[in-house]
Ligand binder design. Structure first.
Ligand SMILES: [Zn+2]
Ligand SMILES: [Zn+2]
Length: 158
């Protein structure tokens, strides 16, 4: 598709394409994300793994400790070490793609701000975008088409 989004790591060994828009985009202000990125927050595009086409390279999963104890693997370029996406909770059908690695990172904007309880004080949140002290209920926030896609991954009970 013409508007397919593509991205890469710093050295360009890893290149990928998103074959559709993501289901939802998180801006996460939690301490884990701040530490892992060395920045104020992370931008994650939530998308089905089978909608991410690897054009080159092979990101390697690196397990990181979490407060919750649930597994979190950050997938990094083996050459330059840049993180291109994460797998949370061992759910391999779902990727959290780092929006800043897109060729056009402005193409996706956050649908929600989460864990704003640890937001850095100088970060001003935009009017009109929902924000939560911690996590949120996706059933109340995601558009129906995205919830449908989510159910295809997690099953009807999710
Ligand atoms: Zn690289
Ligand atoms: Zn986070």
């Amino acid at each position: 598709m013409l508007d397919d989004l593509e991205g890469r790591c710093a050295c360009a060994a890893v290149r990928y394409r998103l074959t559709s828009r993501p289901m939802f985009v998180h801006c996460c202000h939690c301490r884990d994300c701040q530490r892992q990125t060395g920045s104020a927050f992370v931008l994650n595009a939530l998308i089905e793994t089978d909608r991410v086409t690897l054009l080159s390279g092979n990101p390697e999963p690196v397990a990181v400790p979490t407060d919750s104890g649930r597994p979190h693997a950050i997938h990094r370029c083996p050459s330059c070490g840049v993180a291109v996406w994460s797998v949370y909770g061992g759910v391999r059908k779902l990727l959290f793609v780092r929006v800043g690695t897109l060729d056009d990172p402005g193409a996706l904007k956050p649908d929600v701000h989460i864990y704003v309880r640890s937001k850095l004080p100088w970060v001003a949140l935009p009017e009109g975008t929902p924000s939560f002290e911690a996590y949120y209920d996706s059933r109340k926030l995601w558009p129906p088409a995205s919830l449908e896609r989510r159910r295809a991954i997690f099953g009807e009970t999710a």
